[in-house]
Design a protein around this ligand. Sequence first.
Ligand code: ATP
Ligand code: MG
Length: 242
Amino acid sequence: MSLLDIQDISKSFGGLQALQGINFSVKSGEIVGIMGANGAGKTTLFSLIAGHSRPNKGKMILSGQSLSGLKPNSVCRLGIARTFQIVRPFRNLTVFENVLTAVRFGRDHRKSKSEAETRTRQVLGEIGLDDRADQTAGTLTLSGQKRLEVAKALASNPNLLMLDEVMAGLTPSEVKDMLAVIRRLKDSYDLTILIIEHVMQALMDLSDRIIVLHHGELIAEGTPSEVAKDPQVLEAYIGGHA
Ligand SMILES: Nc1ncnc2c1ncn2[C@@H]1O[C@H](COP(=O)(O)OP(=O)(O)OP(=O)(O)O)[C@@H](O)[C@H]1O
Ligand SMILES: [Mg+2]
């Protein structure tokens, strides 16, 4: 059975059709990569699923339950967490306080203060931010800020983790480290992952399946090798001169 079903989702902003009739499913335990040029509609898709904006049409179903009309906090409590492409820490709080906030408002919100603090330390260790715990979030390097986005998302205790360009701007060795973190988290927590990424090799290496968006339409879906030789994808990416 699929964990997430996206059925005929469309979203427009004024006259701009950001997404048009999108259909796909994500099975439990899969890593599904989302590819597409700037403005293809990738982040918009995450915002709709997470309840940050509303589709004009279509249905989104998590384990048989409709996500329609739910606010982000309710979607979070159902087990979906996203990271933000433009990082959104509480800049004046410490790294520890940022993650603690996510623990205390996420699915584990009933934990006691000391349980929540223990869980926060564990998350920071798993993401490799333990040595930054007392640093103010706004002073982290880009790599640290991307890690903090993942840490906050993980701290809410999701089944489905949606990662929006968490490797953008990182050095090749930081990308390698982030890939290792993502794989480790998936195994430790039995996560299902939707990941948007422009770092193509990383996306190909990580994903079981890839979905390609182009001007708001889903133009291809398949294994990384199927997608890499799909004529419509080649046309979209390199103008059909392959
Ligand atoms: N809140 C908004 N209001 C108006 N237009 C928007 C809004 N959000 C997104 N758009 C437009 O919708 C289209 C899709 O944007 P989106 O951010 O989903 O693209 P993306 O695939 O994530 O691109 P990128 O790779 O650059 O992050 C773009 O043309 C964008 O300008
Ligand atoms: Mg985006």
